[in-house]
Each structure stands twice: as C-alpha cells, then as structure tokens.
Write a protein of this length. Structure first.
Length: 258
C-alpha cells in the first residue's frame, strides 16, 4: 500500500481557530489587523477583469500558534545556557531558538479531554491526577493536546481572554501538571486556552519549565471541539509554523488525521 493510499481515507480535523478583526489576543501581544488594500473594480484589465488584495498585521503569538524555545528566558539565559542579551535585537529578533528553526511536526498526537462534563472553571488547575485520569498513554515524541473546553468561547473575546482584572484568568496545568507532562518527553504540548498554563501566574513557571528547562514546544489557542466530539484520543498530528526569521513563535495551522 502506498503512503497516499494509507492516508486518503483518514478524516481530517482542522485544529486552528479563525483569524478575524476583534479576535481574542493575550494583552501582552498586539491584536490582529486586517483590511483590503485593493477592491474589485479599483483597477480593471482591458478585458474588464479585476483583482482584490489585502494586508494583515499580527503578533507571532496571536491566534493558534507555537512557541519557540526563545520565547522565555530564566536568569538572563535562554534554553541551552545561552546568554539572552547576546542573542537578540529589536531589529532582527533572536539569533537562536527562532520560529524558522521549528521543524514541521508530523507526529503521533494524543488528546487528553478534561472537559467531558463541560468547560473547566476559570479557577481550575490541571493536576497530575487529572491528566492521569484521562487514561491516555503518552509516548516519547508525541504531541499532547489538552482540552479545557474554552475553545467554545473563541467568538466572545472578552469571555475567552477573561482579563477583567488586567491579566487573563483561566484553567490550565500548574507546575506539577507540567512536570507530569515533561516526564513523558513529548515534543510539544498544547491546549485550547490563550496561555496553556493556569493563569494568572506572574512568573509563568509552566512556560519556563517546558520551554526553557525541557525544550518542549507549547501550542496555544487550539480548537479541539470537533476532535473531542469524534471521541478521538490518538491521531496523526500535522502542523507547520510560518518560517519567521528571528521570531519567538509563529502562527500554526495544525491538523489531526483520524
């Protein structure tokens, strides 16, 4: 059987959230901007045809995206013991651990559905016991996705970001849950929330542990609703970030093949 024959019957799930003006974005990052730069009819060809075009602007951590290892530092150092101040500039970004160096992901994916009884409350910290209770085996090099149910709020930016006090507030793993995940050595972990970890959390210890200490990518703002509705726990994960030189993260269009 050819490679194409082995996958052509797979059901494909789009795990990305749509981009739209007014969409949710973490307060630390700039919003998504969009507009037409040319409308149909502005310029006509001799035959009466026309083309439309548009422009976008967004932060590299806005929408469904993947974090590079250079996104967080600790004590002035980047992942691998590299001094951060020697590897960065406003003009060109980082010189190491950049988004263009993140390899396309074609991996075994697993879904840990923590929202089978409805979206998690904003105060819930996902614990090792909760992760273990999902009953899903995680293998070396997997992409592990956590469903909190918050993807249901994507079209309500105020509810999704939930930052009435200035900082987002929402469910996610604490440091104990993050260490439970890292012990299983996935290549990446992700969730359907804006920050992955339980927030607010001023020091962001989960980001520091996974990105800086362990070299495990984070994927945020996923849409896991259809995948969960299909009862999937294991699938082929496919995702390729934009090759943004110098960037600390990049938009991602992830797919699950079931």
């Amino acid at each position: 059987m050819s490679l194409w024959e082995s996958v052509q019957g797979a059901r494909v799930f789009d795990l990305a959230q749509p981009y739209y003006v007014g969409m949710p974005h973490h307060p630390s990052h700039p919003p998504y901007l969009f507009g037409l730069t040319k409308k149909h009819g502005d310029v006509l060809t001799p035959a009466g045809n026309s083309s439309a075009a548009d422009a976008i602007a967004l932060g590299s951590h806005v929408g469904t995206h993947i974090d590079g290892f250079g996104h967080f530092s600790c004590g002035g150092m980047l992942h691998g013991g590299l001094p951060a101040h020697e590897r960065q500039s406003y003009a060109t970004g980082l010189s190491v651990h950049t988004a263009d160096g993140i390899a396309p992901l074609v991996r075994r994916g697993v879904l840990l559905d923590l929202a089978r009884n409805g979206p998690l409350d904003e105060n819930v910290e996902i614990t090792p016991a909760m992760l273990e209770g999902c009953g899903v085996a995680i293998r070396l090099g997997d992409v592990v996705l956590l469903r909190t149910g918050w993807a249901q709020y994507w079209r309500d930016a105020t509810r999704y970001i939930n930052a009435m006090g200035g900082s987002p507030k929402g469910p996610g793993p604490g440091l104990a849950g993050a260490k439970w995940l890292s012990e299983r050595r996935p290549v990446a972990v992700g969730s359907d929330t804006v920050a992955f970890e339980k927030v607010p959390s001023p020091d962001m210890p989960v980001h520091v542990h996974l990105l800086f200490e362990c070299g495990i990518h984070l994927i945020e703002a996923l849409n896991l609703e259809e995948l969960a509705a299909a009862g999937a726990t294991e699938f082929v994960f496919v995702g390729a970030p934009l090759k943004l030189e110098g960037a600390t993260g990049a938009p991602l269009r992830p797919l699950a093949l079931l």
